[in-house]
Design a binder for this molecule. Structure first.
Ligand code: SF4
Length: 68
């Protein structure tokens, strides 16, 4: 995704089984490489992880940025 991944858009590098197709590859984005999972991000299920992701995408929308 040369222009970045918009919020609420599935990454084109996400495989059919929700795995990163670039994992371990040199062209994996540095942001993805540097993001370390934490229990509060992952929760206990895919549903909980998606809920967290949705909250983060909402909280980081440009018109809701922390800088305001
Ligand atoms: S880790 Fe990054 S490149 Fe891989 S699927 Fe997720 S957003 Fe896409």
């Amino acid at each position: 995704m040369p222009n970045g991944k918009p919020a609420n858009v599935r990454c084109v590098q996400l495989g059919d089984h929700h795995e990163c197709l670039l994992f371990g590859q040199p062209d994996r984005p540095s942001f993805c490489e540097g993001l370390k999972p934490a229990p509060e991000m992952c929760g206990d299920s895919r549903q909980e992880a998606l809920l967290w992701l949705g909250l983060m995408e909402t909280a980081t929308q440009p018109d809701r940025g922390a800088a305001k």
